[in-house]
Design a protein around this ligand. Sequence first.
Ligand code: GLP
Length: 247
Amino acid sequence: MKVVMTRSYDELSRQAADRVIQEIRDRKAVNLGLATGSTPLGMYRDILIHHRKDPLPLSGVMTFNLDEYVGIPTENPNSFHAYMNKHLFSKLPVPRHRIHLPDGMAADLQKECRRYESLIRKSGGIDIQILGVGENGHIGFNEPGTPFNSRTHVVRLTASTRQANAKDFGSVDRVPERAITMGISTIMNARSIMLLASGIRKAKPMAQLLNPIEPTEAWPVTVLKHHPDVTVIMDRDAASMSSFYQK
Ligand code: GLP
């Protein structure tokens, strides 16, 4: 595992953007696994700044998002479809048919999970998966206790995750109770993974990942210890509970 510690959130965002830009420029075709949440916002901003100055070759780019709420229409500003559109795709012209997110409005959610999983596989798999992490160690929406061998599935969100997302919805009871998420094994199939963590709220899950303890389903992020190509980019606050950290 490669660990990069940055002095600030802006430096974290720049480094993450540089890596994604590099992947897009280096490969004719690249499948990007994308994440939502507040952490990757700076990275998306920096990709767009770069693209305005020096347009990226986008014809070979395909994207797959980690997750989507169940029962929130795509045009609802709190859907992850709307988030991606607002923060990236409205200004980065990836061909529409090459952008993929799970459909949280599907009539048959189990079928939708199978469709998404097989779409990723048939498209050649994910080359680089961007990840954030929840305070309880969740990745995507894989909450503590999710089996490491899980594939794309429907999850019931924990009270703490709904609370963490309540600000977007105005109140916690408006946050959907369920979501579709890539499973842990879906995420682990990506050829490389880039995990971003910023702020003191992420110090505990990062310590679980970086300290020498066995991976445990109680902290989903610890599964990344088993992956051969992970880069962690985090700021000092997120690193502050890890044993290698020195003030
Ligand atoms: C959400 C998302 C995750 C994200 C996490 C952390 O629940 N489903 O993909 O990584 O929360 O979010 P943030 O970056 O806002 O702290």
